[in-house]
Design a protein around this ligand. Structure first.
Ligand code: KIV
Ligand code: ZN
Length: 553
C-alpha cells in the first residue's frame, strides 16, 4: 500500500521502565469506574442527547452501578449547564454517586463550572490542557514552560474557587493527548499540578493519563503508565486514571495493560461510544474481568436492556459482533461449533460442575441476560447435525435419533444454502413437520387394528395412489406386523432399521412422537419418517408411512 512513508511513529517510549507488570496475567480487582458517556460519549453523537435523554441515561448509569459519572462540560453550553443544575436541583444524585465536570484552564470557564456545581454535596472537577508535541507546536504555539503555566494557572484557580464553594470537591488533572507527549514532560506538568493541589489521604487527586489518540501498541502505553506511577510526586495520595480512545482498536488492551502497570481507575463508556473510534468499552472491560472470576462491581446482567436504552437515547447501533453485547456473539453457525456447544452443555448438566468452560462460549450467556436457545444455535448452510438436533430438542422437545439428525441436518442446510439465508428455529421445525412428518401420499393408512394370537396380526386399511386397500400380516410387534402388511401394497422394497419414540407435550395435550428409519432393498439407503399422534401406536404407523412415502428409488 502506497503512502506509508508519510507516517512516522508518534509515540514516546518511557525510560527507564522495569515492566514489572508484564509478569502479571490477570487483573485481580475491579478499578474505580467513571462513565464519560454523558460528556465524551455525548459530544461525539450525530444528534447529542436532549436534557430528558441525558437524565434518563444518568439514572440508568446509576442503576448499572457507576459511582463516578462525568456529566458534561457545564461552561461549554447552556444545555450542559442546565443538565448539571437539573441533577443538583432535582436532587437526582444519590449520596454514593459523584458527578464529574470538565473544565479548561481559563478563569471564566472555571468560575462558571463552580457556579454550575453550587449545591452539589460532592463532585470531581476535571481540569485539562493539551500537552502533546503536535498541539504545543501547531495549535497553541507555546513552549513547554508556557504549557505548564496554563496547567498551574488552572490548578490554582480551581483551588481558590473550591475554597469559596460549599461542598466536597475532588480534583482531577489530565495532560490531554498524553500519548503524544514526551513522558518526562507529562511527568513534569503533572507534578507541577500536584504541587499546587497538595493531595493528602483525605483529599486525593486523580491524575488521568488519556490515550486521547492512540499511537502505539498497548505495551508502550503500559510502560508510560508505569513510568508515571513510579515517578509522580505523592503517589500514595493519587488515583491514577486511564482514559483510552480506540484509534488502533486497542482501547481494551491499553486499559488492561495500564491497570497491570499500576493504574487504579478507568474512564470509558458503554459500548465504547466516544470521539472517532470511541472510548474504551467499559462493558467489555468489566466482563473480561468477570469471565476470569473477578467481580467488576458493575451490573451487566441484563445486556439486552442496556442495549435498548443505549440505542434509543444515543441513536447509535450496537455492532452485531461487539464483545458480549452484539446480537451474534453468542451465536454459532458452524456445525462443529454447534456440536461442541451442545455436548459441552450436556456435559455440564451431567457433571454438575460449578466452573464454566463450555467450548466456544467464553461466558454463560444467561449471566448477561441472553438465552442459549435463541442465541446460540443459528442455522445456515454451515450448520451441522449437532446444533440442529440440539435446537429441535431444546425448543420443540423433538428428540431425533442420532442418524436421523445427520439426514435432517443435510436437508436443512441445503434449504438454507439454496435460499441463501439463515433459518430461524421455527422455520427448522416447520421443515421437519412439512417434509418428514405425517406424510400421507401416495400411501395413507386410515385404520390399523391388531389381534394378539400366536404373535401379533395387523389388519390395515388405507389408500395407495388413490386406490383403497385392506391387507393383513403377522409380525413380532405391532409396527413389524403393519410393515409386513404394507409390503403387500408397496412391495417388499425396504426393511425397518430404526424405531424410536417419546412422549410429547403439544398445547397441553399429550402426544407421542415416533421416528422410523427404513432401509431400501435396492440401494441400502436409510429414509426417515416422523409420526405425531395422541396414540403412540398410531404415531409409529404414521412414522413408518411417512418414511415409505419419502423413500426414493
Ligand atoms: O480524550 C481525552 O483526552 C479527553 C480529555 C478531556 C480527558 O477526553
Ligand atoms: Zn476522551
Amino acid at each position: 500500500m502506497k503512502g506509508y512513508e508519510k507516517y512516522t511513529r508518534q509515540f514516546f517510549e518511557a525510560k527507564p521502565v522495569t515492566m514489572d507488570w508484564r509478569n502479571k496475567t490477570y487483573i485481580d480487582k475491579a478499578p474505580y469506574w467513571c462513565s464519560v458517556d454523558l460528556r465524551d460519549g455525548n459530544q461525539a453523537l450525530i444528534i447529542p442527547m436532549s436534557l430528558e435523554e441525558k437524565l434518563e441515561f444518568f439514572k440508568f448509569l446509576v442503576k448499572v452501578g457507576f459511582k463516578e459519572i462525568e456529566i458534561g462540560f457545564p461552561a461549554a453550553s447552556e444545555t450542559e449547564y442546565d443538565f448539571c443544575r437539573a441533577l443538583i436541583e432535582q436532587n437526582l444524585i444519590p449520596d454514593d454517586v459523584t458527578i464529574q465536570v470538565l473544565t479548561q484552564s481559563r478563569e471564566h470557564i472555571i468560575a462558571k463550572t463552580f457556579e454550575a456545581l453550587k449545591g452539589a454535596k460532592h463532585a470531581i472537577v476535571h481540569l485539562y490542557n493539551s500537552t502533546s508535541v503536535a498541539q504545543r507546536e501547531q495549535v497553541f504555539k507555546k513552549d513547554k514552560k508556557e504549557i505548564i503555566d496554563i496547567a498551574v494557572f488552572g490548578a490554582k484557580l480551581c483551588k481558590q474557587y473550591r475554597e469559596k464553594t460549599e461542598g466536597h470537591f475532588t480534583f482531577e488533572y489530565s495532560p490531554e493527548s498524553f500519548t503524544g507527549t514526551e513522558p518526562e514532560f507529562a511527568l513534569e506538568i503533572c507534578n507541577a499540578v500536584i504541587d499546587v493541589w497538595q493531595p493528602s489521604e483525605n483529599d486525593k487527586v486523580i491524575i488521568n493519563l488519556p490515550v486521547t489518540v492512540s499511537h502505539s501498541m498497548p505495551h508502550v502505553y503500559a510502560n508510560q503508565v508505569e513510568y508515571m506511577c513510579k515517578n509522580l510526586n505523592n503517589r500514595e495520595n493519587l488515583i491514577i486514571s486511564l482514559h483510552p480512545h480506540n484509534d488502533r482498536g486497542c482501547a481494551v488492551a491499553d486499559s488492561e495493560m495500564g491497570l497491570l502497570a499500576g493504574a487504579d481507575r478507568i474512564e470509558g463508556t458503554l459500548f465504547g461510544n466516544g470521539e472517532r473510534t470511541g472510548n474504551v468499552d467499559i462493558i467489555t472491560l468489566a466482563l473480561n474481568m468477570y469471565s476470569q472470576g473477578v467481580d467488576p462491581g458493575l451490573d451487566f446482567s441484563n445486556l439486552p436492556e442496556i442495549t435498548e436504552v443505549y440505542e434509543r437515547v444515543t441513536r447509535m447501533h450496537v455492532y452485531e459482533r461487539q464483545p458480549y453485547s452484539g446480537k451474534l456473539v453468542f451465536a454459532a453457525f458452524s456445525g462443529s461449533h454447534q456440536d461442541a456447544i451442545a455436548k459441552g452443555m450436556k456435559w455440564r448438566e451431567e457433571k454438575g460442575t460449578g466452573y464454566w468452560n463450555v467450548p466456544y462460549l467464553p461466558i454463560d450467556p444467561t449471566d448477561v441476560g441472553r438465552v442459549y436457545e435463541a442465541d446460540v444455535i443459528r442455522i445456515n448452510s454451515q450448520s451441522g447435525k449437532g446444533g440442529i438436533g440440539y435446537l429441535l430438542e431444546t425448543q420443540f422437545s423433538m428428540v431425533l435419533p442420532a442418524k436421523m439428525r445427520e439426514d435432517f441436518g443435510y436437508h436443512v442446510k441445503s434449504i438454507s444454502d439454496h435460499a441463501h439465508k439463515e433459518l430461524m428455529p421455527q422455520e427448522v421445525y416447520d421443515i421437519l413437520m412439512r417434509d418428514y412428518t405425517n406424510i400421507e401420499t401416495p400411501l395413507a393408512v386410515t385404520e390399523a387394528h391388531f389381534v394378539q394370537k400366536d404373535g401379533i396380526k395387523a389388519y390395515v386399511s388405507g389408500e395407495y395412489n388413490g386406490k383403497e386397500f385392506e391387507v393383513s400380516a403377522k409380525g413380532n410387534g405391532r409396527l413389524d406386523a403393519v410393515s409386513n402388511a404394507l409390503k403387500a401394497v408397496v412391495g417388499d422394497s425396504y426393511s425397518v432399521e430404526v424405531y424410536t419414540e417419546h412422549a410429547l407435550e403439544v398445547s397441553s395435550k399429550s402426544h407421542a412422537a415416533s421416528y422410523v428409519g427404513i432401509k431400501s432393498a435396492k440401494n441400502g439407503k436409510l429414509t426417515w419418517g416422523v409420526g405425531i399422534d395422541t396414540d403412540i401406536i398410531v404415531s409409529s404407523v404414521k412414522a413408518l408411512v411417512s418414511a415409505i412415502n419419502r423413500m426414493k428409488d
